[in-house]
Every structure is written in structure tokens, then in C-alpha cells.
Design a protein around this ligand. Structure first.
Ligand code: UDP
Ligand code: MG
Length: 337
């Protein structure tokens, strides 16, 4: 059993795989830490999986999982955590934007007794003003929801195997790793780091996908938007009371209230707030529907390495569980249902 597993989600990271393995081998080797790398290929369309296979054939400490399609970074992290067998497990990006030189220091902190070592962004790197503001608002909302300061938090973390098991025991399908790892508690320490520039390839996030990501994660972790609906309803009630008093005064003092315009404005205002509230509630119902269906978070199509007993057992569990589902899906497909 190795001491440190490094989980790396990879989506179309073909040029980065061997580079990342090389850098980690050197850094962890010279720090004298026994390690393994768990790559999770999140349904890449390039040669990422072949690259992972090549590295695994050269060094048995490199292992990997391949998803049957793109399930997203969160699912990839969870799959990696489930396969990792180290006493401590680190999660980092494949593009080396999370500085691997920090890993030995994070590992030492873990040895000192910290169970969660969080990488905190000191500098958000080359990001647009829009991106910075958006991230600021997102983390303020999330911080309120989880009751933990989430500003500048990242997925760059080192966790004790105990914390990993706690996160894996959370049953929800829509997991937000950063929030979940704060939520589980444990002795935590923060390590500041500077976001490095991406070496090659492109960021996988478009503005649209970032919005989708933000919405899904806010809804999966907090009910604050539902409170907005209540607040909106209260504001409407107060406004309608004021309007009622005003109309009655006008009526009894012998003036007719200007009818058409007022009614139109009130109707439009109430109509649109009701629709918006329904939208927010609908979003939550959709999430509940997704959770209730309880589909697997991801489907593993191929597994590499894992010759260590524990990890192969875990991988086998996933394989049987998921290949069974794949077969069922195939059956349905063939009947065109
Ligand atoms: N990633 C993934 N699945 C996705 C998108 C991204 O596994 O659907 C991985 C990607 O390969 C990288 C990490 O998540 O290792 C961070 O992605 P990226 O660098 O594109 O995001 P950014 O650094 O811009 O936040
Ligand atoms: Mg990146």
C-alpha cells in the first residue's frame, strides 16, 4: 500500500499526461514519498487513454480508469477517490495549474496530523474580470450555504483516507467536491498557492458551461434560492397592501383610481415574479428527480493497473456494478425503447 495517491481527472489532456507523470515522479521521488497516480479519463475524444496506458505500461504506479463518456470533473474526482488506495489522497488538475511542488509540503502537513490540506488560490491567474466577479459571487453564495469560507477555494486538496471515505459515503448524485470536502469537517489547514498558466491545451470551460456548473452546484448544496422566492413573495405582499390602502383612500375621497395602467403593471409584475419563482422551484424539482432516479454517477468502461489488492477489489466492485447497468441499457437500446 502506497502512502500518497494522486487523483487526476483528465479530459482531452493528451499532451499533458506524460509531462504530468514525469513532473510528479521527480517531485515525489526526491521527497521520498511512496506514491501512485490514478488518472480518470473523463470520456476524452483524443488519445488521452492511450497515453495513460503507455505510462502505466512503463510504471506500474500509474493506474487509470476510463469513463464510457464525459461525466464531468466532479464525477471523475469521485471515481478517482474510490480507486485511490493511498493513506493520503491528493486531487489535482492535469494541466499543472495546481503546482505539484506543493505536494511534499501538503504531505508533511498531513503527517503532522491534519486530515484535510486545502490548496487556496492566492492569485486567480489569467482570468477575465467577468470570470473573477462571477467566481466571487458564486463563492459568496456557496460560503453562506455550507457555512465555510469558500472564496478562492479549489479542487487542489490532500485528504486523509478517512476523509475520502466520508466523502464517498455521501449518497447524492450531484456532488460538489469542494463543498463536500469542507462539509465533512476534520482537522483542516489551508495552503495558499498561485494558479499557474496552462501549459498546453485549452480550458474546458465556456461561459455557458460555467453558468450551468454554478447553477447545478448552488442548487445541489443550498436552498438559499428558495428563500429568495419567499422574500419576493413578502415584498409583493407589502406592495399590494400599500396599493390597497392607497386605492381605498382614493375611492373614499371621491377619486377613481386610474384603472387600466395600474392593473396592467400589477398583473405583469405579479405574473413575472410567479413565473420566476416557479422556475426556481422547478429547478429544485428537476434535481430531486435526478437524485430519485439514482443512476450511477459514472460508468467505468476500462480499468488500468490496480494490481494492488485493495484497489483492484474496489475497481472490480465498480466494474461489476456498472457493466451490469451498461448491459441493461444495451438491451433497451436494441429494443428501441
Ligand atoms: N476536466 C474533466 N472533465 C471535464 C472538464 C475538465 O475531467 O468535463 C478536467 C481537466 O482535464 C483538468 C481539470 O478538470 O484536469 C480542470 O479543467 P480545466 O483546466 O479545463 O479547467 P480550469 O483550469 O480552466 O478551471
Ligand atoms: Mg486548468
Amino acid at each position: 500500500m502506497c502512502r500518497l495517491s494522486v487523483v487526476i481527472p483528465a479530459f482531452n489532456e493528451e499532451p499533458m499526461i506524460s509531462r504530468t507523470v514525469g513532473v510528479l515522479r521527480e517531485i515525489l521521488g526526491s521527497a521520498g514519498i511512496s506514491w501512485e497516480i490514478v488518472f480518470v479519463d473523463d470520456g476524452s475524444t483524443d488519445q488521452t487513454w492511450e497515453q495513460i496506458g503507455r505510462e502505466a505500461s512503463l510504471d506500474s504506479r500509474v493506474t487509470g480508469l476510463c469513463f464510457s463518456r464525459n461525466f464531468g470533473k466532479e464525477a471523475a474526482i469521485i471515481a478517482g477517490l474510490a480507486k485511490a488506495c493511498g493513506e493520503a489522497v491528493a486531487v489535482m488538475d492535469c494541466d499543472l495549474q495546481h503546482p505539484p511542488e506543493l505536494l511534499p509540503e501538503m504531505f508533511r502537513l498531513w503527517e503532522e496530523g491534519y486530515e484535510i490540506v486545502e490548496g487556496v488560490k492566492e492569485d486567480r491567474g489569467e482570468e477575465s474580470l467577468f470570470h473573477k466577479r462571477g467566481a466571487g459571487l458564486f463563492y459568496r453564495l456557496m460560503s453562506r450555504a455550507v457555512g465555510v469560507d469558500m472564496k478562492n477555494s479549489s479542487d487542489f486538496k490532500l485528504l486523509d483516507q478517512k476523509a475520502v471515505q466520508s466523502i464517498l459515503s455521501m449518497p447524492e448524485r450531484n456532488m460538489f467536491f469542494r463543498a463536500a470536502s469542507s462539509w465533512v469537517g476534520y482537522r483542516t489547514v489551508k495552503v495558499p498557492f498561485e494558479v499557474q498558466a496552462r501549459e498546453t491545451g485549452q480550458s474546458k470551460w465556456s461561459v455557458r458551461s460555467l453558468f450551468g456548473y454554478a447553477f447545478t452546484n448552488i442548487v445541489s448544496f443550498t436552498t438559499v434560492p428558495l428563500q429568495f422566492v419567499t422574500i419576493g413573495g413578502t415584498v409583493c405582499l407589502v406592495l399590494s397592501l400599500i396599493l390597497t390602502v392607497y386605492s381605498l383612500i382614493q375611492y373614499f375621497s371621491g377619486h377613481a383610481v386610474e384603472g387600466y395602467t395600474t392593473i396592467l403593471i400589477v398583473l405583469l409584475f405579479i405574473g413575472s415574479s410567479v413565473m420566476m419563482s416557479l422556475g426556481v422551484i422547478g429547478y429544485y424539482i428537476a434535481r430531486i428527480f435526478e437524485e430519485v432516479k439514482s443512476r450511477p454517477r459514472y460508468i467505468v468502461s476500462r480499468v488500468l493497473g490496480g494490481n494492488r489488492r485493495e484497489s483492484s477489489e474496489k475497481a472490480a466492485d465498480h466494474q461489476t456494478q456498472f457493466s451490469g447497468k451498461e448491459e441493461i441499457l444495451e438491451k433497451y437500446d436494441s429494443k428501441n425503447i
